[in-house]
Design a protein around this ligand. Structure first.
Ligand SMILES: Cc1cc2nc3c(=O)[nH]c(=O)nc-3n(C[C@H](O)[C@H](O)[C@H](O)COP(=O)(O)O)c2cc1C
Length: 371
């Protein structure tokens, strides 16, 4: 495909030669080096900024800008301030403290802050005037979407079902990231029960395309060129891929997490709120199973997330895969054919070559049909 022939209006708008968005992934994978490498190779790199203070958000964006002149995205979690009562915290710690003890950590305690202040993050995001922004866990009020758009940002809202897509449309969003049940890590669900919002990518994407009339990005289970072609066939304008990029050289996650991705099977993952208080898909391990075994002791997000954080960070430092959060999508085995620590640019180039071969084959079949 020539540079002047784009596969979709979304690809054209951001001058993408590859119809792939590298999903924002909080917790280490989406380093500035990853984001820039992806954008420099013709796809759209995306920084996950939810865990960052406004100052850190600014320095990470500056680092990306130093590495690429091309468009990139920044993602935040839509969150209200958390003010848990003491008993919620103590109840959660009763289940977490024995795991802390197993790693040699003293008992946990209530924290001053459970997540960065979302309003301060949003203010900084407006000031930074980044090309693309996306949000999950909620919907912004219309005036905040308009503020971002006035600053030149293209606004994407995450939806796990049609009502959430309609909420983002009403808020004035430019596009929807459709997150299917296959997807790795947190569910974006913010209307209704998370258990009811596990719609597979194959069913979700065309329903959002039909209902909303905004560009849709397909996320969940897309790992190679076949998945990209399928996403485009369903009406998506690009594939948003997370798990496929976890294995990259630029993905700064613990080696133990990468190692488990390489051996995980199709049935290795589960969706549970046990680790962070919000439903999320990850590879089962003792951390997940021990916390999930005490469902009465799980504080809501972001409290549970913050209370299990030191434990998971300690496991990361000691490369202990038993006590890490091993976020992963259901497609994880499909990534095992690629080399460990593959450079992100090489992965993007492979994905581009793969989807074009399949699209050409389908084109040839159509041609035979016509003859
Ligand atoms: C490790 C990990 C962290 C993630 N963190 C975020 C995040 O910070 N913000 C977000 O909007 N989505 C996040 N996601 C979800 C992705 O945006 C996307 O929905 C998902 O990766 C698509 O499914 P796949 O993993 O099968 O490709 C994360 C996914 C993974 C695997």
């Amino acid at each position: 495909m020539s540079e002047h022939h784009f596969v979709s209006p979304f690809a054209q708008r951001f001058n993408l030669s590859v119809p792939v968005v590298q999903a924002p992934m909080a917790g280490g994978p989406t380093s500035p080096a990853m984001v820039a490498a992806v954008s420099n190779t013709g796809a759209l790199g995306f920084l996950a900024a939810a865990p960052f203070s406004p100052e850190k958000l600014a320095t990470e964006v500056a680092a990306i800008r130093a590495l690429t002149p091309r468009p990139f995205g920044v993602n935040l979690f839509v969150l209200d301030p958390a003010a848990p009562d003491d008993s919620t915290v103590r109840h959660a710690l009763a289940a977490i403290d024995p795991l802390r003890a197993a790693l040699g950590l003293p008992p946990g305690h209530p924290l001053e802050q459970y997540a960065p202040d979302f309003q301060a993050q949003l203010k900084m995001l407006v000031e930074l005037r980044v090309p693309v922004v996306s949000f999950t866990f909620g919907v912004l009020p219309r005036h905040d979407v308009a503020r971002l758009q006035a600053a030149g940002s293209y606004v994407i809202g995450t939806a796990t079902h049609v009502a959430e897509g309609l909420a983002w449309q009403a808020a004035g969003a430019d596009a929807i990231a459709a997150q299917g049940a296959e997807a790795g890590a947190h569910r974006g669900t913010f209307i209704g029960e998370a258990e009811d919002a596990l719609i597979g990518t194959m069913a979700l994407v065309p329903q959002l395309v039909d209902a909303i009339g905004l560009p849709v990005l397909a996320a969940g289970g897309i790992m190679d060129g076949r998945g990209i072609v399928a996403a485009l066939a369903l009406g998506a304008q690009a594939a948003q891929m997370g798990t496929a990029f976890l294995n990259c050289a630029e993905s700064t996650i613990p080696a133990a997490w990468k190692a488990r991705l390489r051996t995980a099977s199709d049935t290795a993952t589960r969706v549970t709120p046990a680790i962070t208080g919000r439903h999320a898909r990850g590879i089962r391990n003792p951390l997940m199973q021990q916390l999930a075994g005490q469902p009465g002791h799980i504080a809501p997000y972001p409290v549970q997330n913050a209370l299990t954080q030191e434990l998971r960070q300690t496991a990361g430092r000691t490369d202990n895969g038993d006590y890490l959060s091993l976020w992963s999508g259901q497609g994880v085995p499909l990534g095992q054919k690629r080399p460990l620590n593959i450079p992100a640019a090489l992965l993007v180039n492979q994905l581009d070559a793969e989807w074009r071969v399949i699209a050409a084959k389908i084109g040839a079949l159509n041609h035979q049909g016509e003859a």
